[in-house]
Every structure is written in C-alpha cells, then in structure tokens.
Design a protein around this ligand. Sequence first.
Ligand SMILES: Nc1ncnc2c1ncn2[C@@H]1O[C@H](COP(=O)(O)OP(=O)(O)OP(=O)(O)O)[C@@H](O)[C@H]1O
Ligand SMILES: [Mg+2]
Length: 323
Amino acid sequence: MAAVPKILAIGKATQDVFLRSDEFDPHTEGKILYTHLPLGVKMEVSDVTFATGGNASNVAVTFARQGLHSEYMWTLGHDPASETVLRDLDDEGVATARVTRKSHYQAGYSTILIATNGERTILNHRGVSTDTKGTDLDFNAIAEADWVYPTSLANGGIELLRLIVDAAEKANTKVMLNPAGPELADPAKLKALLESVEVLCMNKEEMQQIVEGETLEELVRHALHYVPVAIVSDGPNGVVASDGKTIVRAGMYEDVKVIDRTGAGDAFASGFLSQWAQDKSLKDSIIFASANSTSVVTKLGAKGGILQAGTKLHAMPIHEQPV
Ligand SMILES: Nc1ncnc2c1ncn2[C@@H]1O[C@H](COP(=O)(O)OP(=O)(O)OP(=O)(O)O)[C@@H](O)[C@H]1O
Ligand SMILES: [Mg+2]
C-alpha cells in the first residue's frame, strides 16, 4: 500500500463566535440593511456557537478527517483565540508542533451577528501574524511534506507565497493553490508563480482575473497553459476540472438548505486534494469535493460539516470526457 500522504497547510487562523438574537431585526434605510444595536442597552442573545476558521486551519481539518497526515503551520500567540484554534486542531488530529507562539502574535477573531432574516454582520479583527519574509515559520517543514497548501497569508501576501512555492519547488513538494484575498491582490504576481503550482482551484470570478474566458470550461482550458490540474467552481452552478487528460463537468451535489456559506470554498478545494493526493481519479476527487462543500454549507462555521472518513456518498450530475 502506498504511504499515507502528508499535507502541510500554511496560513492564518481565526476564532469565530456566532451570535443569534431575535433582537437583531433588520430594517432598511435607503439601500442599506441595518440591525438595531441601541447604545447603552443589554440585548439578549439566544444562542452562541463557538467555531474556528481561517482557510488554512479549515483545510487541515479536511485532510485529518480523511485520514491523511495533516500539519498546520503559522504564527500564533497566547491569546484566547490562539488557544482555541490550537485546541480545535489538536482535537482533530492535526499536527501543530510547528506553530510558533510568541506574545506579539494573535489569531484572528470574529464576532458574527446573525440577524433574524439570516443575513450577518461580521466584526472582524484580522489578528497579528508573520510578515512578508515568513519570520518565525519553519521552511524545513515544506520539504518534509508531499503537498503544501498555502492560503490566506495575511500580511505575508504574495511575497510570502513566493517564498513558500520556491521552497516547495526546491524540495519536490507539490503545491495546491486556492488563493485567498492577500494572494489575489496582484494577479500578475500570482500568475508569475503558477509554473511551480500543481493544482490550481479558484472560483469563476477569481479565475477571470488570471486568464481569459466566459465559461468555466474556457477558463479551465486556459488555466491548463499554466498548471497541470485546473479547477473552476461557480457556487451552486457547478464546477469544471481538468488534469490535461480528461475534463470533468459537475453540477450540484445536492440542493441543500444553506445555513452558512463560510468555508464552502475551503471544503471544496481541500476535499479535492484529500482524494487527489491519494491517487483517486479526477472524477472521484470532484465528487468528494462537492459532497464535502455541500455538507459544510448546511452547518454554522467552516468546520462543523467537514465529512468524516468513510461517509457514504451518493451519485451526482457529473460527466467526464477526453480533453
Ligand atoms: N448554495 C450551495 N448549495 C450547495 N453547494 C454549494 C452551494 N454553494 C457552494 N456550494 C459548494 O461549494 C463549492 C465551492 O463554492 P464556490 O464556487 O462558491 O467557491 P468559493 O467562491 O471559492 O467559496 P468561498 O467564498 O468559500 O471561498 C461549490 O462547487 C459547491 O460544491
Ligand atoms: Mg474561495
């Protein structure tokens, strides 16, 4: 039997606290929807859900639940949010020995107010973490992994992404990229490092910043000029993926009631890699990615719905043909 793949996720983590209240009642003023937060008043919160998020910590949990060697690396502090993130990852069996903790670092923190109509207001503190040089990150970890999954590198941005990708290339470690905000800020720089990327997964609007194309299929075909495996998703409208040999078009895995979209993209991309890294077919990897992300949107928070190993999947609209 082939060895169990080791995947290293690098990037920021957050504590997310969801508050629901009958008093978060929306009303419109002009075009903007508001919820009343009267000053000097104590408002009743009917339920509190504690969760953790941050793209890299979310994907690390998919890898762990799917039985892979999953490691998470970042800079965290001694604040309650950092403690919570680490405990969550420990409980999930994600290796965290390479997380550097120093008192000047802080995990991200969000309070999410859920209004009675399901809309949300997020109060976000982005945390304090490493810089563009990746100070306090142990780059040796990259050489020890089969795959590295960098995402949401905060102030490290595209410069840190370049350092990680270069280290991976030198060590023959494969890179999966599902870039988040800081890495998307400069599409030209992102494009320049794609030659070191094995799997690129983006949503439609993001991919349109990198290559030309109107349809998912056009975008995938153009992305294949840069990377061996390209995947473009479009929410409930489906996904197209290709490894240069076959092209897979998939629809919706299941028409579920969406409770919270947070983590959909992470569950999809990590769901894909959790299978692809184990040499599953393109089609089977896309089916699992779709099932994983569909499950995540039915729960509050980015991690609650991540599928456990052995979950039975059902058929979905999907078809595959030669490129
Ligand atoms: N409303 C939905 N119902 C069912 N599945 C969904 C829904 N929205 C998203 N998904 C699943 O999540 C996957 C990824 O969603 P999407 O294409 O919106 O990615 P994204 O824009 O990168 O998400 P994110 O904002 O989390 O980064 C989809 O391919 C689909 O499988
Ligand atoms: Mg995304």
